[in-house]
Design a protein around this ligand. Sequence first.
Ligand code: SAM
Length: 285
Amino acid sequence: MYEDGLPPLRDVISRYELNAKKSLGQNFLTDLNLTGKIARSAEGMDGCSLKDSIIYEVGPGPGALTRALLMNGAHRVVAVEVDPRCIEAQKEIQAAYPGKLDVFEGDALLVNERDLIGDTEGRPVKIIANLPYNVGTALLVKWLTLDDWLPWYSSLTLMFQKEVGQRIIAEPRSKAYGRLSILGQFRADARIMFDVPARAFTPAPKVTSCIVNIIPKEKQTPRQKILEKVVYAAFNQRRKMLRTSLKALGKDPLPYLKAASIIPTCRAEELTVEDFCRLAKAYEK
Ligand code: SAM
């Protein structure tokens, strides 16, 4: 038994026969010290404490992170899980924390999170999750491309494969720099908090993971959709010069490259996020 009165995660996994399904990106954590560290890394980053916040968790699985969130005093946890076997396992946690944990069956890519969370009583919502790797990037894109900005959540604390984390925080002229970097940095501040070795998971994946913390920042111009369009065209042919790759947008790129003070022979990876913003604004005009 742990301090929350619940059994070790390995017992939960065997009792509920949670043999990991690769198709659902199931790599479970079993060490509550580690998940406690993940929970605490979300503490105060956005100026909000766990105790005051509602946590939205994707894929609670057997519950290592869910339990750490509750042990560290989360006001309420709302979780969405696609695997019914895991939902059964979550019932023990719900019994140990009456009224503190709501678990919904569903696909996190499709749900409307705010409907699931319901009344927040004016509390901030933090998204904290050990994401299934097969949909992790798609979920990040969903949360970073919302029309309403600032968004409904105050921070994202997410597990990614390290290579994905490095793409999110990458700087211009590096190999990892691309669409995900612009997305992560255009209207948010992103940083890698710490690495998580493969051996921490059951089963162990092939690669190292990392925890990334992302805090939304005030509304930026240009409009998200326009920026995405320009960034997509530029990186879709990342080896080509912008004067060529941007032709895919349908009008002569030279006038708006000039208006944005960008040298037409540059390649996408040489432009900073600010350069892309100027370029997208000039394109929109
Ligand atoms: N949070 C648990 C932990 O840390 O041990 C499990 C993490 S495991 C990497 C990912 C979890 O997400 C699994 O429980 C899996 O069933 C669930 N999952 C996979 N795809 C999902 C989806 N589209 N929507 C919601 N949950 C999903």
